[in-house]
Design a protein around this ligand. Sequence first.
Ligand code: 9G3
Length: 566
Amino acid sequence: MKQSMTLIPTLRENPADAEIRSHQLLLRAGYVRQNASGVYSYLPMAKRVLHNIEKIVREELDNIGAVELLMPALQPAELWQESGRWYTYGAELMRMKDRHEREFALGPTHEEVITSLVRDEVKSYKRLPLALYQIQTKFRDEKRPRFGVLRGREFIMKDGYSFHNSQESLDEMYDKFYEAYSNIFRRANLNFRAVIADSGAMGGKDTHEFMVLSDVGEDTIAYSDTSDYAANIEMAPVITKYEKKAEAQKALEKIKTENQKTIEDVSAYLNVTAAECIKTLLFKVDEEYALVLVRGDHEVNDIKLKNLLEAENVELAEADVTKSVLGCAVGSIGPIGIKNIKIVADHAITSIVNGVCGANEEDFHYVNVNPGKDFTVNQYADLRFIEEGDLSPDGQGIIKFAKGIEVGHIFKLGTRYSEAMDATILDENGRSKPMIMGCYGIGVSRVMAAIAEQYNDEKGFVWPANIAPYHIHLIAVNMKNEEQASLSEELYRSMKKAGYEVLLDDRIERPGVKFADADLIGLPIRITVGKKASEGIVELKDRKTGEMEEVHINDLQSIISAKISL
Ligand code: 9G3
């Protein structure tokens, strides 16, 4: 491609509103432009990067026997009403009406569409298993779109769905997708981990997220420093066994603690550690309330709470609700004297002897509090977030934290959608039963951003060769010079013929501008045709190492093939 014929609108300055490196560079190097909040155009360079990523995705999925199709982005409301999700998803689901006032959603995902398709076409177990996927634009009206294409309102997703006659068949397919995803992210040159995740609102049980390790990630991963254990921080169980302190229980006492509100305030005021305090929180659990106790130095994990209480929804009670239910402020809650509210506590509470807690009365706390003697816990469970330094749940090593960008997610869905939407098959015995489903997603545009985040330096992108929009940036220093122009044309043609993808900078621009743009755009090899064109000598620069060498055109082919394998 000749640069004069394509669109690569590079910018000299960093865009002010871009917070992270990948977003800054995608804008500056002329890869993307924003059209509306969270809505982007992928310009020609980005389109080629996406194409390279999609090629890897297609090869690996075709390899496990999944087949590609394409479903509509425009989805009739009736399908979402059948699954029930028309009512459970709020503003994030983009809704619209056609000219006949019929309601539609702009697809945020395709469980409903694929389930209705397969329901109508597949009636026998003999047609299963079946794994279908598509690569398509999705729509989600995010509250806070940010970080460029990393969290947009319109994005490209590879979504796949599988249908089975038995749980074993689903398990087998899940493992195949797990392997295919590992291959895809490895070939995308990403530093990633497959982590145990929460199935959340999707139903089903087994689920893994594929996380790219990155400081700009919005999720926290808890991983073992010695084994391959890795989990989403919400999911990691705490296996610590707590020892009760060897100390005689003292008599409960109520103490004035004027203006001491937080655990920090109170522990400093009473000269105790945070670990000796009982942190008490009031949660709204569906239509009821629950009091949740954790040690003062721990944090409540609301997903563990939700799973324990088998609730649809748990949230911390607002200050006014706390006031009306317990008659005190949030900072004064405690478990002593509470009636008619379920009390659940983290296992660490069992270790507390002569501890401190709120007195359900402003400016007072109890000291010498002993669980079991001074109040009763309805249920002890693992309710806190794991922390760095905790034992790894697999018993090997200790936990460390890392930030991650979610680029893939695989789920065993079970019959959540097939039951709701009546997608049944006749089994070997002629009995009707709901199909068992899996679903598998990759954020394709997000993969591009994740690679962009990982592969850059102070001058611009440093794309891996198999992802780069072109392999070679051929720079004609002076297009007005006859020898330079003709040698550039000759090399452009011969390198293309050898199978390389070449971007020829044939613009009438100063060399400094061309070199700065080449560094920004970030192709693996730069070849400069300059003053020594008449001698058949060009300059070759390796973008990654920065190394430059003068090369005779007769030696060019062998040097390039050593750097780039096609
Ligand atoms: C919605 C809206 C937002 C959503 C969903 C539905 C996330 C929704 C989860 C998934 C799960 C899988 C297929 C590929 C693999 C992942 N945000 N999810 O279902 F209506 Cl507004 O999309 N989908």
